[in-house]
Design a protein. Structure first.
Length: 520
């Protein structure tokens, strides 16, 4: 027997032929027509019990009298193989066929004593053609199967359910069913997590992902902004929240209101809930739903009316962080990009964590890296930017510098940190905003859950309005106007700090004003 990974295909001829002729280094075994025949083949040795990859269909035998029974047997096989650690795929011919099968999978999981959320499988978008089906599988199987740099001829064809099986001979499988004769010996199969999908091609659907929602185009002009840092206490969550609120406000005042959602992606120490004074529901409430469609997502985001934004909160308990992992959040971010004009992502400082390195940074169209004027923060920023922007082949994350901009937060004069030092530490990444220090007012707003009052702050409000217009250019965000400091516009303003704020960095000298991060 070949050492290549075995592939069992309980799906249509077109799927089997595509896998067989793709040029991928795997052992595609005899195609079979039903789950019952699969169990028979595994028990009698016709199929290799060491197979690591299984491909099922969402609608095999759909137009026959066995359709309902086959769906139930398919669901049971998916649960069993997922439990054994196999990489399980489902060929999706029509999105309408997914939900009945997903419901059957949940029932089968309960019968086998498993949580539905623990059943892992990846949906293959058959309607998008052979190449994208293979690319979806490449992402999941990257550690187990060698995919060629160039596929064999013919993989770009449109796949049809009635495609004749003429490319290779098949061996006849026994027609007698043998369900319930025990599971194949697949205990040694490694678990294969769903990985990141390059944005240029279709991604595998994960968990309860809504195919209908994800197949829709993003909102026109959609902007996704990730706010990150390398040092705690830099004000990431406050910045993410006020940036989102400033975008919503300036666009509303301009007569073209943009919908904004702020996502708290610090799954172990989320702060957005504390800032707005609302703690439920969280992303975990979406994760446990069978389908993550637009209705479900909107039901579980929090609307912060005083700021005019929606918020998706992080789970309350840090121990649930692994439950809402990278695959889930990647799916939710891409769903939100089809629901909101602007998505702002608040992260932790662990920029090498897969949740940030593989999701928050790659999915963003713009990345704001926050630093304070503390020497340790500036030094940490230099290290982080080097890791983030270095090529993947040099052990970096390979994020383009053109997506990055530096935000200097809590800026104050006379602390021994010059703008030249910040620019040097930025490694060519432009400074795109400066937020002045106003500790008393920020603490008061935070403790009283009145973050919206900071939008009217004579120092902080204008700074975030400027940042908002830089992040989202050419969308009608108006330049707001505040009374001069000292005119009594905010009685609680900390004037001792206001009088000593650092002279704002002239952004026009360090970043082209065509929009943030050198975008055209």
């Amino acid at each position: 027997m070949s050492a290549l990974a075995g592939v069992i295909v309980v799906a249509e001829n077109a799927v089997w032929s595509l896998l067989r002729e793709s040029g991928v280094s795997w052992n595609v075994q005899t195609r079979i027509d039903s789950v019952a025949q699969m169990w028979e083949g595994l028990n009698n040795g016709t199929l290799s019990p060491q197979s690591k990859i299984l491909v099922f269909s969402d609608s095999l035998q759909l137009e026959t009298s066995r359709a309902a029974a086959e769906r139930e047997q398919t669901a049971g096989a998916i649960v069993a193989m997922s439990r054994a650690g196999a990489a399980v795929f489902i060929a999706v011919w029509q999105s309408d066929d997914v939900e009945p099968l997903r419901t059957a999978i949940e029932g089968a999981a309960a019968q086998q004593g498993m949580s539905p959320d623990s059943v892992k499988y990846t949906l293959l978008p058959i309607e998008r053609g052979g190449r994208e089906v293979l690319e979806c599988m490449r992402v999941v199987l990257t550690d187990d199967v060698v995919f060629p740099a160039t596929y064999a001829d013919g993989v770009d064809r449109v796949l049809t359910k009635d495609e004749p099986l003429v490319r290779a001979a098949t061996r006849a499988m026994p027609t007698s069913a043998a369900p319930g004769r025990g599971l194949p010996n697949v205990a040694s199969m490694p678990a294969v997590p769903t990985g990141q999908m390059p944005t240029a091609i279709a991604e595998p659907l994960f968990g309860g992902a809504c195919a209908e929602l994800l197949s829709a185009p993003k909102k026109v002009g959609q902007v996704t902004i990730t706010v990150t840092s390398s040092k705690g206490g830099s004000g990431k969550s406050t910045a993410a929240l006020l940036l989102g609120a400033s975008i919503a406000r300036a666009s509303r005042e301009g007569g073209n209101p943009l919908s904004v959602c702020v996502i708290d992606m610090d799954t172990r120490d989320g702060q957005i809930a504390s800032l707005i004074g609302t703690y439920m529901p969280t992303a975990l409430n979406i994760r446990v739903q069978p389908v993550w469609d637009e209705t479900t997502i909107r039901r579980h985001v929090v609307h912060e009316s005083s700021m005019g934004i929606d918020c998706l909160l992080a789970p309350i308990r840090p121990r649930t962080a692994d439950t809402v992992g990278p695959d889930f959040y990647r799916t939710i971010i891409r769903s939100l990009q089809r629901m909101y004009d602007v998505v702002v992502i608040d992260t932790s400082v662990q920029y090498l964590d897969p949740l940030i390195a593989q999701v928050c940074l790659p999915e963003a169209t713009e990345i704001i890296f926050i630093t304070t004027l503390a020497a340790t923060a500036v030094q940490g920023m230099a290290r982080a930017l080097r890791e983030i922007t270095s090529p993947i082949e040099d052990s970096g994350l390979g994020i383009s510098r053109d997506k990055l901009g530096i935000l200097v937060n809590q800026s104050v004069a006379g602390v021994g940190m010059q703008r030249e030092q910040i620019l040097a530490a930025g490694l060519g990444v432009p400074v795109v905003g400066v937020i002045p220090l106003a500790t008393k007012d920020v603490l008061t707003a935070t403790n009283l859950h009145r973050m919206s009052t900071l939008l009217d702050h004579p120092l902080i409000g204008p700074a975030y309005n400027e940042l908002a217009r830089t992040c989202v250019p050419n969308r009608g965000l108006v330049e707001m106007h505040w009374p001069e400091v000292g005119e009594g516009s905010l009685e609680s303003a900390d004037m001792s700090e206001a009088e000593n704020i650092a002279e704002p960095i002239d952004i026009s000298q360090v970043a082209q004003r065509r929009g943030m991060f050198r975008r055209g």
